[in-house]
Ligand binder design. Structure first.
Ligand code: HEM
Ligand code: HEM
Length: 176
């Protein structure tokens, strides 16, 4: 009964952050697809403000999550070949990247519309000048990347369910 004790699960805080971000994203997509269409001269009101606030909160949570990812203890490796482990590693890295870049692009677009983005009521700086082409372009990219992110999430969820129901290993349980 001696020897190193394997860390069998992600730690509670890592699990909390994972499922918190899942809930925030579900809410964010519902809001994004329910809010009024955004055109030149649209005023930031109602659900649009909810989208901005929720998005700013997602960035804040992701900053904490990236820091936690760097300082936490990693759980032990479950199974798989170097290839499948590599795919999982790259997919998770891509998800982290998208979860930061996607809201930043939305923020830059909001700034180019002259909208004030806030976090807990505190004004955040503009990420692009009002009326800027770059802010406009990043808004187009923001709409496209919402779909890119959804596809990557779909692959990720399919992999998790495949592990649980077909491979019957602990991969899903260690995040649950
Ligand atoms: C991960 C977080 C986010 C997701 C998943 C997301 C998702 C989306 C989606 C799906 C749309 C398109 C809505 C439509 O087709 O009508 C959209 C539009 C938009 N979002 Fe986000 N968003 C996020 C974060 C943010 C943040 C942080 C901001 C600003 C602070 C923001 C500002 C905007 C703006 C201004 C638009 C309109 C863009 C345009 O049509 O030019 N978003 N968002
Ligand atoms: C919004 C959707 C989701 C996003 C953005 C997301 C993102 C991530 C990220 C970035 C990781 C890496 C964790 C880390 O090392 O810090 C991860 C791990 C994991 N996720 Fe998700 N996830 C989502 C939804 C789900 C769902 C719905 C499930 C279950 C059906 C799931 C199951 C897992 C599992 C089991 C792991 C651990 C994988 C491993 O141990 O190798 N995720 N997720």
């Amino acid at each position: 009964m001696s020897g190193p004790v394997a860390v069998s699960k992600y730690d509670p805080f890592a699990r909390l952050l994972h499922w918190l971000v899942v809930l925030l994203l579900i809410a964010q997509y519902i809001v994004a697809w329910t809010m009024p269409g955004i055109h030149r001269g649209t005023r930031p009101e109602g659900l649009i403000v909810v989208h901005l606030d929720l998005g700013a909160f997602i960035i804040a949570v992701m900053i904490v999550r990236v820091i936690w990812r760097m300082v936490r203890k990693e759980p032990d490796v479950v199974d798989g070949t170097p290839f499948t482990r590599g795919v999982a590693y790259l997919t998770h890295g891509l998800l982290y990247l998208l979860l930061i870049v996607q809201p930043l692009m939305g923020w830059a677009n909001a700034s180019s519309r002259g909208w004030q983005v806030t976090l807990f009521g505190i004004d955040l700086p503009a990420l692009s000048p009002k009326g800027s082409t770059i802010g406009h372009t990043l808004g187009d990219a923001h709409r496209v990347f919402a779909w890119v992110m959804l596809v990557v999430i779909g692959l990720h969820v399919a992999a998790a369910l495949y592990h649980h129901f077909f491979l019957r290993d602990r991969v899903l349980r260690r995040m649950a």
